[in-house]
Design a protein. Sequence first.
Length: 164
Amino acid sequence: MIAKAVEQLMEQRKEKFMIPAELVANVLENNNLEHAFLVLTKVRYAKIPVLDSKQHFKGLLSLSMITETMLGLNGIDPSNLTKHTVADVMEKDVHTIQKPFKLEDILHILVDENFVVVVDEQEIFTGIITRRELLKSVNHMAHEIGNNYEIKPLIEKADSIRSN
Ligand code: AMP
């Protein structure tokens, strides 16, 4: 379990964790791979969310998922890109979270992933929480905790009980 002091300080910045959907680069599941390739190259993010035309979250797409399709018998063949859609190659089994999210859940997911996807009850894409944004809040908490709480080592307490 996360210490109360940490949770309370992180809670103050909870709204800042999430990058809202309108600021997150995405592709549509029925876009062809040529289009997706251009988007990923332009935005320079390793992986981006895939949505449907009604903003539902569908999966994640990275450049390596696309380049796999380009591998032909005689090397790279980009002509395959227009024959496939994002839905054909995207990662589908993706862990998502909903608001109100628990800090503990986010921390667990971000150990293995660069970001976590936030959706609403209807699976509408709401935004992402990245390691970077979360680390900014951890940094803030690490600086503020001494101003808000008196932190003493438990060992001191044990020693004083023993000496009484
Ligand atoms: P960061 O922690 O900022 O390095 O972001 C981690 C990952 O989150 C990036 O590699 C991208 O896959 C994704 N990401 C961050 N910001 C955006 C954004 N504005 N649009 C799309 N994906 C993003």
